[in-house]
Design a protein around this ligand. Structure first.
Ligand code: GTQ
Length: 350
């Protein structure tokens, strides 16, 4: 690959004239925007310890009342992108949110898609499009684009969850905004009950084709951890030869990813297992639900204990190792695969 002309090679008067007309020569920047073979990535392998951040989150609970926060969140920001940009990766935002007993995070809706992975505490619920979704450790709750949501805590201990949003890409597209609302009326019915068995779907009077799912195409908003874990354990027992014991959170009516831009998965590492994930184009986030795993990314090894989180840049192989020889380890993953597929740039390089 031969060298191209530099900006400094051009006479100053020529450069000034270009600037005055809002023109830029491509060749000095061509290699930067189209690097050979592998994209330039700002995403740095980054680890966030729950034990370290938890006291700071609790302190936020003392320092900042709900009325002054609306959402009391410490953002897990990737230094490679600049902390102020609040990105874990090009398309993923991560935040740890705290709600104290009796608090209410008021109803709003926004264009970015969000999910919550519940980290600790009982007795809180998120109400999404009128459906009351109880929060329990390991549950995944969707708040897809445009749906009203509010968080409320009727328990006695703090509740904490991990927010995963596609905010960076929605913001980049200049399409990010929110609308404030009033307290929602709660409707009866729960998607996690109606869709509790994967092989059979609710079919009111054979209206499946014409009247697909309620809730704007998001039939299931809460994915209980008890069910995802049971599926993983059953898979591991049923298929001892299976290398990756993994499930994808999907829309139960279409079988496609639960949300538009980000993919969500739960993975079980068998006792003592080491699993190599191929180098794929999307960045990836790992969050330990149960047990402990070592996550090796490009020469960095992060030791995840329960509730710890880390992220890996795209085009990078990741190796996960269960540190226990006797117990399984469970990891929640989020990635940018649906977004990459839409862009037509998804790659698995093995
Ligand atoms: O709970 O609605 O971490 O609107 C960032 C923006 C959480 C939320 C975040 C949000 C929310």
């Amino acid at each position: 690959m031969h060298e191209l002309g530099r900006l400094e090679d051009l006479p100053q008067d020529y450069r000034d004239e270009l600037t005055a007309l809002n023109l830029v020569p491509l060749w000095p920047s061509l290699r930067a925007v189209l690097p050979p073979g592998v994209p330039t990535r700002k995403t740095a392998p980054t680890f966030w310890s729950y034990q370290s951040l938890r006291p700071l989150l609790m302190r936020a609970g003392e320092l900042t009342p709900m009325e002054k926060a609306e959402r009391r969140v410490l953002v897990l920001a990737n230094p490679g992108h600049g902390l102020e940009n609040m990105k874990a990766s090009p398309a993923m935002y991560l935040g740890m949110q705290l709600l104290l007993p009796g608090e209410w995070a008021p109803s709003h809706r926004h264009t970015p898609n969000a999910v919550r992975m519940i980290v600790e505490g009982e007795g809180a619920y998120t109400t999404v499009d009128g459906e009351r979704c109880p929060m329990s450790r390991g549950d995944l709750i969707l708040t897809p684009t445009g749906l009203w949501h509010e968080h409320e805590h009727a328990g006695t201990e703090p509740v904490v969850w991990l927010d995963v949003l596609d905010l960076p890409v929605i913001y980049y597209a200049e399409t990010s905004y929110a609308i404030e609302g009033k307290r929602q009326a709660v409707k009866p019915g729960h998607g996690d009950q109606a869709y509790a068995r994967g092989g059979v779907l609710p079919t009111p009077l054979f209206q499946r084709d014409s009247e697909r799912s309620s809730r704007n195409g998001y039939p299931m908003l809460r994915y209980p951890w008890a069910d995802a874990k049971a599926a993983l354990l059953a898979m591991a027992t049923d298929r001892p030869e299976l290398e990756a014991v993994q499930v994808t959170y999907v829309n139960p009516e279409t079988g496609v990813d639960a949300q538009n831009n980000l993919g969500f998965y739960a993975l079980m590492l068998r006792p003592g297992q080491t699993l190599r994930l191929p180098a794929r184009s999307p960045s990836c986030v790992f969050h330990q639900i149960e047990g402990g795993a070592d996550v090796a990314i490009d020469g960095n090894t992060f030791t995840l204990a329960e509730a710890d989180t880390c992220c890996a840049p795209g085009y990078t192989a990741v190796t996960l190792t269960n540190r226990s020889a006797s117990a399984p380890a469970f990891v929640f993953m989020a990635d940018e695969a649906p977004f990459h597929r839409k862009l037509g740039v998804y790659e698995n390089r093995g």
